[in-house]
Every structure is written in structure tokens, then in C-alpha cells.
Design a binder for this molecule. Structure first.
Ligand code: GLC
Length: 638
């Protein structure tokens, strides 16, 4: 029996006790997937002991203010699911120049309602071409061009004080070939050679290639690279200089986990786990989305929950619908895996529907493949990011909507968004044209793809207005679909394609730089008052995000139900909040559209209020009329 003075009180709960409690809470969810992954080949108890020691060491090193935040987030574990969350994604050099200068931009972020800032890759990259920073040579150092780890700590602390969490990229499928592990492997150190996937002959690489796909068929064909100095083939899924890590080796798990926890202790709140689909390989498969990836992710998430519980994880898996859902935790991983994952399918369907003016496939795909909600997880919703658009539309999904076919519709989309299709409003460019499969992807900024570039050149006021409304409709969609909306830097002021990358030899080979312009601070500076299309977009985005924050139905805990409609131009969804449902309707065409309230499932006896515009909607007649690219968030008027 515990004596009275051994009973813990809040005052006596020290950091060791907290660690013990969190270990007890999470050990099973941590060790079960590790046992599945490594139990056969390794002494799992010894691995568990090493892991516990590592977690305790990182917890002991965790600064006091972050431990306090951990406790606050333990008490409010749904903090990241709130409708108050609004994300903003930027390259530090292109946004503020340096990390030191970043805090000066906090008022700008606050004005937009931002509560989550994603720093694009900011760790020390290899020199020269580094795949936009996704080839990291030192995970313990900030890119010297941006600042130091001390600057990082200061910047994240200032953001935190302003109510903004920091997300950083954790590139864990590969390191740069200049990373010290790769260098040691290259020097013949067997311990580090087992960190990578190396082969003495091309026999196995050739066998793997039978079923592998190519990520960069133009700039980096094939998945393996021969290094004559070490007489080895190395697995290089992306570029030659990005060496895939061997996650079958538990030493890799421990080493990468240590890096994640160090970043957490320096102030990162969210880890964007890069290219996770590729982390595990198996002969005879495309080596993407294998079940082991989900065990790995669960183990990373659960280990973090013990040593840095205020930190969450976002999976970057840009894959088809059925492969995407498991990243938010399904079956035995429910509530235990990534807390956020990019909804690339919503993004693809948005663009597809803008081009076709037919939302029926979008409604079908989103209703058919995706659960209405997740446990302890939600989508990161977005329209554009720093990458190209991969047209993840399956044959089966297209064929359910005859006369569409997978290849036919994908060709239509790539033609439409590169203005090869007659009457297209878009201005984009092809990326990674695969001559063998016919596959091609698309680059371009939100505004250029949505027609603003073409419209501004024409000077036609009506076309400009339509482009602005397409852009605002997209923002209203990601703010209400279900998930945390991510604004990509510059999209809030309609920035156009940037071709200046062609003048920089380190960037010229990668067309994705077209959608990574430098922030136009002059335009942003006058956005609150100017009467320009860019300023209309900025004020529209600010308004949408402000309305989101006061609309509880938009929290990540509220399910998303797709409403099938006969009118192909309209897309609608319902968020059945506790008090009253919210019905969001979007017009994907340049014509007025009508829909009867009953078709949306509205109660004819109730008057509807548009929570987006902040005014009454559906006056009297029971029919909703939406202008070109119109959008409403209807809630019954109380
Ligand atoms: C992710 C990044 C992309 C990068 C790739 C390889 O997909 O978003 O920019 O090229 O990973 O790291």
C-alpha cells in the first residue's frame, strides 16, 4: 500500500513521473509495430530498452517551455483539429530572406489568420542542386544561407508566442549522398553501408526495376545508380544524389528518430514526413505504400508521443485514393498513425472539375473512397503546393463516368492546363513527360492555372473576375471540406508563374520552380486597400479564413458527407455539426446555377444563413442560385 506522502499530487509530479506515465500510456502502441517490423531478426527487448533510453534522453533535454506545451496538448489533444487552424507554407529565403528576419513577418501571417507555418526544407542541403532542399546533408544544422539552429529556436519561439505552430520537413526516405552516413558507407564502413540499399551487381536492381515506377523519368531516369569508386549500385528513387535509406535496419529507425526528437526540442511542432510511401521495398511490387510503411509511421508517431507529446506528424504520400486513406490510420493503426496527410485527391479533383465543369466524378470519388472522418487525424487540404500536379485519377474512377477513360481524361487535363485544349483559361507547363507510359504531370501557380495570367493579359474585366472567383472558390473549398487548409505562399495574392528559375543553373533542370516565386511584398503591402485583382484575392482569402474560425462545424472532428447532385456544375457537402449542419455548395462553372434546397437536404421550414458571406441566403423561394464560381456555407438560421 502506498503511504500517504507517496501519493502523487500535482506539485509532486516531476518530469520523470511524466515520462513514466507517457511511456506506460504508449509503450504498447510503440512496440507492437516494431515487433512486427524487426522482431524476427532482432532482439526486440534489447531494441525496446535502447529506444526507452533514447526517448528518456531526449525528454530530459527538452526545454521547459516545450514540456509545458506538451502538457497543454496532452490536456487538449485535439488542438490541431480546431477550425481555428490555418496553415501557410513558404520557403524562408523567398518569404523573409532569413530566419532572423522571419519574426518581422508574423503580423502579416496573423492578419491572414495563420496558426501553422510550414518552413519548406530548411536543414543543411547538399551544395548545388538539392531538389529544393530535399537532399539533406546535415539534419543537425540549419541551411547556413537561412541562419543557424539558434535562429531557428528564436523564430519558432516567437511564432509560438504569436499562436503559430511550426512545421518542418523531415526527409526520411533518403539522405544526400554527402551526408556523413553516406560518406562513411562510401568509404567502406559496413555499419553505414547497411543504412542504405546497396548491391554489388545489377541482378537485383534489374529485378526490382521490372515493377518499379519512375518519379523523375526525364531528369533522373531509373531507380538505381552505379558508383564505380565503391563498385556498388545504390537505390536512388529520386535523384542520383538522394540515397534511399534502408528502413529494414532498426539502426536507421533509431538514428532518424533521434533527429526528429532533436528538431522537436529545437521548437518544431509538426514534422512533415517526406515521401513516406517509398520507405519500405519489396521485390515484385512498386515499392510504395507497403503495409510496413504504416508500422513505421505508427512507431515514429508513438515514440514522439512519449518524448515530445506536443508534436504531431504529417504524412506526405501523393498517391491514389485507396492507398492514401491508410496514412491517417485505419484498422489496427486507427488513431495511432499520422495526424495529418495531404489530401492530394481533393486537389486533383478540384482541378479536374474546374476543367470539365462536371463535379460528378469529384463527388463520386470523394464519397466512394474516403471515410467521413478519422480518429485523432484529419486532412491537410490544399489547392497548390511547391510540387507538380500528378493526375491521380484511376481508370476505374474515370470509367464509372462514361465516356471518360483514365488515359483519356488525364490527357484532357494535361492538355487543358497547358493551354493545348481549345478555350482553356489555364497557363501551365508539362512536367516529367514519360514517353513510355504517356504519363505527364503539370506545373504552374494556383493563379496561372486558374486563369488569372491569361485574363490579365487579355485585359478583359469579366475574365479577370472569373479567374479571381475560381481562386476564391478553391480557398473556400479547402477551408470547409474537412481538414486544415494550407495556403501556399503567394497564392493569397494571386502570384503568377515565375520563369526566372531558368537563369539559375542549379534550378533550371526542375520546372517545379515555376510555382515557387519570391514573395511579392509590394503587392502584399497594398492588398488591404488596393482595387486590384491581387488585392481582391487577398481580402477574399483573409475573409474566408476568418469565417472558418468562427464556424464550429468546420472543425476536423466533424464528419464530411458528400451530397450527390444531378446538376453537374455543382459540388456540395455537409458537415453535421452538433448544433446544426453546415451545407457547403460550390459552382464549378462560369454560368449561374440553381438548385432546390430539398436536393441539398435542407429543411424547407428553416431559413438558411450563409456563414461564408455572413448574410441570409435562400430568401423565400427555397431555390439556391449561385453566380459563376459562387460558394456558400449554409447553416439554418436560429
Ligand atoms: C516530396 C517533396 C518533393 C521532393 C520529393 C523527394 O515529394 O514534396 O519536392 O522532390 O519528396 O524528396
Amino acid at each position: 500500500m502506498p503511504t500517504k506522502d507517496k501519493t502523487p499530487t500535482i506539485a509532486s509530479v516531476d518530469d520523470d513521473t511524466l515520462f513514466r506515465w507517457r511511456w506506460d500510456r504508449g509503450a504498447m502502441d510503440l512496440m507492437t509495430p516494431l515487433n512486427r517490423l524487426y522482431g524476427e531478426a532482432t532482439d526486440i527487448d534489447a531494441l525496446g530498452q535502447r529506444l526507452k533510453t533514447l526517448l528518456k534522453e531526449k525528454w530530459d533535454a527538452r526545454p521547459a517551455d516545450l514540456r509545458a506545451q506538451d502538457l497543454a496538448r496532452d490536456i487538449n489533444p485535439g488542438w490541431f483539429l480546431s477550425q481555428q487552424m490555418v496553415g501557410y507554407v513558404f520557403y524562408i529565403d523567398r518569404f523573409s530572406g532569413t530566419l532572423k528576419a522571419l519574426p518581422e513577418k508574423i503580423p502579416y501571417l496573423q492578419e491572414l489568420g495563420v496558426t501553422y507555418a510550414h518552413f519548406m526544407p530548411c536543414l543543411k542541403p547538399r551544395p548545388g542542386d538539392s531538389d529544393g532542399g530535399y537532399a539533406v546533408m546535415d539534419y543537425g544544422a540549419i541551411n547556413p544561407a537561412l541562419g543557424t539552429m539558434a535562429d531557428f529556436r528564436k523564430a519558432t519561439a516567437k511564432l509560438r508566442a504569436a499562436g503559430i505552430s511550426t512545421c518542418v520537413d523531415m526527409v526520411l526516405n533518403h539522405t544526400a549522398k554527402e551526408h556523413v552516413w553516406a560518406q562513411r558507407a562510401r568509404a567502406g564502413d559496413a555499419f553505414y553501408q547497411s543504412f542504405y540499399r546497396m548491391f554489388d551487381t545489377d541482378i537485383l536492381p534489374r529485378q526490382y526495376e521490372h515493377t518499379l515506377l519512375e518519379v523523375f523519368p526525364n531528369q533522373a531516369p531509373g531507380n538505381f545508380t552505379w558508383y564505380p569508386d565503391i563498385q556498388k549500385w545504390v537505390w536512388t528513387t529520386f535523384n542520383e544524389y538522394q540515397w534511399d535509406l534502408n528502413w529494414e535496419n532498426p539502426e536507421v529507425f533509431l538514428a532518424v528518430l533521434g533527429i526528429i526528437l532533436d528538431l522537436a526540442n529545437n521548437g518544431a511542432d509538426v514534422m512533415r514526413l517526406d515521401a513516406v510511401a517509398f520507405m519500405w521495398k519489396r521485390m515484385g511490387t512498386i515499392c510504395q505504400n507497403l503495409p510496413e510503411v504504416h508500422d513505421l509511421l505508427q512507431a515514429i508517431v508513438q515514440a514522439t508521443r512519449i518524448a515530445a507529446p506536443g508534436v504531431i506528424h504529417k504524412a506526405e504520400a501523393i498517391v491514389g485514393p485507396t492507398d492514401l486513406v491508410p496514412y491517417l490510420g485505419q484498422g489496427r493503426h486507427a488513431g495511432r498513425e499520422s495526424n495529418l496527410a495531404y489530401h492530394n485527391n481533393l486537389m486533383v479533383q478540384f482541378w479536374s472539375t474546374l476543367a470539365s465543369r462536371d463535379a460528378r466524378m469529384m463527388a463520386d470519388v470523394l464519397a466512394h473512397h474516403f471515410p467521413k472522418s478519422f480518429r485523432n487525424a484529419q486532412w491537410a487540404t490544399y489547392i497548390r503546393c511547391h510540387d507538380d500536379i500528378g493526375w491521380a485519377i484511376t481508370e476505374a474512377d474515370a470509367e464509372r463516368h462514361p465516356p471518360l477513360t483514365g488515359p483519356g481524361h488525364r490527357k484532357f487535363l494535361t492538355d487543358f492546363f497547358t493551354a493545348r485544349h481549345p478555350g482553356s483559361f489555364a497557363r501551365g507547363a508539362d512536367f516529367q513527360v514519360n514517353e513510355v507510359t504517356g504519363d505527364r504531370r503539370t506545373n504552374g501557380t494556383f493563379a496561372s492555372l486558374a486563369g488569372l495570367e491569361t485574363a490579365l493579359e487579355s485585359g478583359d474585366a469579366h475574365m479577370i473576375r472569373l479567374a479571381v472567383d475560381r481562386i476564391l472558390m478553391g480557398h473556400a473549398l479547402i477551408a470547409s471540406f474537412g481538414g486544415m487548409p494550407l495556403l501556399y505562399m503567394g497564392d493569397e495574392i494571386g502570384m503568377l508563374n515565375d520563369h526566372s528559375y531558368l537563369d539559375d543553373p542549379d534550378l533550371a533542370g526542375d520546372g517545379r520552380w515555376m510555382q515557387r516565386p519570391r514573395m511579392d511584398w509590394a503587392t502584399a503591402g497594398e492588398a488591404a486597400t488596393a482595387d486590384t485583382p491581387q488585392a481582391w484575392i487577398w481580402r477574399g482569402v483573409r475573409h474566408i479564413m476568418a469565417r472558418r474560425k468562427v464556424t464550429p462545424q468546420l472543425a476536423g472532428t466533424v464528419p464530411t458527407e458528400i451530397i450527390p447532385l444531378a446538376n453537374p456544375a455543382l459540388f456540395a457537402l455537409r458537415r453535421p455539426g452538433d448544433e446544426a449542419p453546415l451545407t457547403a455548395v460550390f459552382n464549378f462553372s462560369e454560368h449561374w446555377q440553381n438548385v432546390a434546397g430539398v436536393k441539398l437536404g435542407l429543411n424547407p421550414a428553416e431559413r438558411q444563413f450563409d456563414a461564408l458571406a455572413g448574410q441570409e441566403a435562400l430568401p423565400g423561394s427555397g431555390t439556391l442560385s449561385l453566380p459563376p464560381y459562387g460558394r456558400v456555407w449554409l447553416v439554418p438560421q436560429s
